[in-house]
Design a protein around this ligand. Structure first.
Ligand SMILES: Nc1ncnc2c1ncn2[C@@H]1O[C@H](COP(=O)(O)OP(=O)(O)OP(=O)(O)O)[C@@H](O)[C@H]1O
Length: 614
């Protein structure tokens, strides 16, 4: 084998990557940014960062000393700030180098959290609406720094010029865009004004908008609603609710004030007035330093908090490059924990001192709270007694239900509850329907908060033990009928017994569970497949197949007549009909063999009745 002749390939010359700016802008507009309107957000955010840096440089300056002025007259859009500005060297390094950001430089690493931007690409979003970005800037670092002009074009070229100091008497930066004809939708004066209010209404620096008439109007005339002073707590609550309604379009069931200095966050959580599917996460509005960055951030709250939507203003959350979501870092984890604590505290306060509010909340969100209580011991302790369950006393809270009884029984399916509810309650047993999601698990945890109560699963054996046996004589007299009935129902793996129970109007009770039915189907399949591969596998899985039980009620007049029938065919048919009726009452899906049994016994009984009449 001969190696390639490397000697004929001299060491390769170094080249630099070329960036096709058009391709890059196309990538940003289609994959990173949700709409061209974000250009204004990026410009405003750069201005806010520049003001933050300026205040760091001149800490004695009053908070309203430096501001932002927006201008849009239909032919151009301008954003001007009194921020820290840029020197000529800065312009080369930061404005003209894609991906480089002054906010990531080594020397300010410890201040990183102070800035919103960090990726060095935000400015490119201006190319979504204009072919050229024009920047005039004067640095606040040093009194001799002159003004510098930069023109960057969408084809990747740029020019730089120094200007006389008089061209810009004060430090700061002005970015001017001449919108493309197709970008009018985003750059019309009314639209720029609306977008500025949307992104900047909570900014803490003075921000004005001028539509070309020279009269600048403030876009953030008032502090955030939670930062204003109100004459009474009631008027504060009403104002926060009105703000929530304005932002989210629903009247909150309640508004929770969020003021969490430990994580530098303020805002409100609006409790949804309607139930949402458990687990559905909502987008929250996240402002950073007043600047609206995301309307769809999900990560600031734990999954269980899906009953609220929040507007928050945080000091130091870090948005991703698209600004639509947040960095999963320690700050975000701390914010999430603090918000979760706040929501728990709200629930605890409602449980302790505002039963009306708690009742309204649980009426709407009980499913969500149940899912929460399963995983959260504190919520469980606070709210389990208040949660509604279906019981043999009707809909009731566990607290009420357990007050009168030491033992609470719980079924494992809705179907079991339907089968036994009437009979169990007539027998004095308290049963909770544990068939709905979370319910059985939650009822079993009741003794954790009410140790005097015992909770047990209601199995068929428990119920039959509560049904009174019949006397020996009656038992003996009914024996032939019971034997016939057992024989007729053997195909359903069903035993038959005679007991007395209330209500007397119920002729029979079919005690059966889904697991037992499942087990019987498996055994039956194993028998049918005996010898084959499936038969072996199913046979190996086979357990002692629990049998269903048809319990006939000796108190019921129909049953009394049936057990006395001496015509064997009619006795069989009556047993089948009683089984069919009990199966129908349980409201479980019928097997095909059961449906045909019901049909057959109905027709046989009809034929018998007609024969008798003729
Ligand atoms: N108004 C401004 N005042 C001062 N410097 C600015 C201004 N606008 C942009 N710059 C400088 O230009 C750099 C690049 O801005 P760009 O918006 O592209 O990125 P960024 O803000 O650093 O990060 P991100 O991509 O996360 O927004 C900034 O880091 C900053 O140094």
């Amino acid at each position: 084998m001969t190696l390639p002749d490397t000697a004929s390939h001299p060491a390769g010359a170094d080249h630099t990557f070329q960036v096709d700016l058009r391709g890059l802008v196309d990538l940003l507009s289609h994959h990173l940014y949700s709409s061209p309107r974000v250009y204004l957000r990026e410009l405003m955010q750069n201005a806010v960062d520049a003001l933050t840096a300026r205040h760091a440089l001149e800490p004695a300056a009053p908070s309203d000393a430096f501001g932002i002025r927006l201008y849009a007259d239909g032919s151009l859009v301008r954003v001007e700030d009194d921020g820290v500005g840029l020197t000529e060297a800065d312009v080369h390094t930061f404005l003209a180098t894609i991906g480089r950001s002054s906010k990531r430089a080594e020397r300010i690493a410890e201040q990183r959290a102070d800035f919103i931007g960090q990726f060095g690409i935000g400015l490119l979003s201006c190319f979504l609406v204009a072919d050229e970005i024009h920047v005039v800037s004067r640095s606040a670092h040093g009194p001799d720094a002159g003004a510098v002009e930069w023109r960057g074009r969408g084809d990747g070229s740029y020019t730089i010029r120094t200007l006389p100091a008089s061209a810009r008497p004060r430090p700061g930066t002005t970015v001017t865009l001449t919108p493309r004809a197709d970008a009018g939708e985003w750059t019309r004066p009314e639209r720029v004004h609306a977008l500025a209010r949307h992104f900047g209404s909570l900014l803490r620096h003075p921000v004005t908008f001028d539509d070309g008439t020279g009269a600048g109007v403030s876009i953030n005339p008032e502090p955030a609603p939670w930062a204003r002073t109100y004459p009474t707590p009631g008027s504060r609550a009403r104002a926060l609710a009105a703000y929530g309604e304005d932002v989210f379009g629903f009247t909150p069931l309640d508004t929770i004030d969020l003021d969490l200095p430990a994580v530098g966050l303020k805002g409100i959580a609006c409790v949804l007035p309607e139930a949402v599917p458990a687990g559905r996460r909502h987008g929250h509005r996240v402002h950073v330093k007043g600047m609206l960055l995301s309307e769809q951030a999900e990560e600031i709250l734990p999954e269980w908090a899906f009953f609220v939507r929040c507007v928050v203003d945080a000091e130091s959350l870090r948005p991703t490059a698209s600004r639509e979501s947040l960095y999963e870092d320690d700050t975000l984890a701390a914010v999430r924990d603090a918000l979760a604590d706040r929501l728990r505290a709200w629930i605890a306060r409602a449980a302790a001192s505002d039963p009306d509010l708690l009742a309204r909340f649980l009426q709407v969100h009980h499913l969500a709270v149940k899912s929460l209580a399963v995983h959260d011991d504190e919520i469980l302790r606070m709210l389990l007694p208040w949660l509604p369950f279906e019981t043999t006393d009707g809909h009731s809270t566990l607290d009420q239900f357990a007050r009168a009884r030491r033992t609470v029984l719980v079924t494992s399916s809705v179907e079991e509850f339907r089968q036994v509810a009437a009979i169990a309650s007539a027998a004095g047993l308290g049963v909770v329907n544990g068939g709905y999601t979370y319910d059985r698990e939650l009822v079993h945890r009741l003794p954790e908060i009410k140790p005097e109560v015992t909770v047990a699963d209601l199995d068929p054996a428990t119920l039959t033990a509560h049904l009174d046996p019949v006397d020996r004589e009656t038992e003996l007299a009914a024996a032939p009928y019971l034997a016939l009935a057992r024989d007729a129902l053997a195909v359903f793996d069903c035993d038959v017994a005679l007991r007395t129970f209330q209500p007397a109007s119920a002729p029979a009770l079919l005690i059966d569970s889904r697991e037992a039915r499942h087990e019987r189907t498996r055994s039956q399949l194993a028998r049918e497949q005996e010898g084959g591969l499936w038969g072996d596998i199913l046979g190996a899985l086979r357990q002692e197949a629990p049998r269903a039980q048809l319990i006939l009620n000796q108190l019921n007049p129909l049953v009394r007549t049936a057990v006395a029938i001496d015509e064997p065919e009619l006795a069989r048919t009556s047993a089948e009909a009683l089984y069919g009726q009990a199966a129908l009452l349980s409201r479980r899906p019928l097997r095909p063999s059961e449906s045909s049994l019901i049909n057959r016994s109905f027709l046989d009984l009809l034929a018998h009745a007609l024969r008798k009449d003729s």
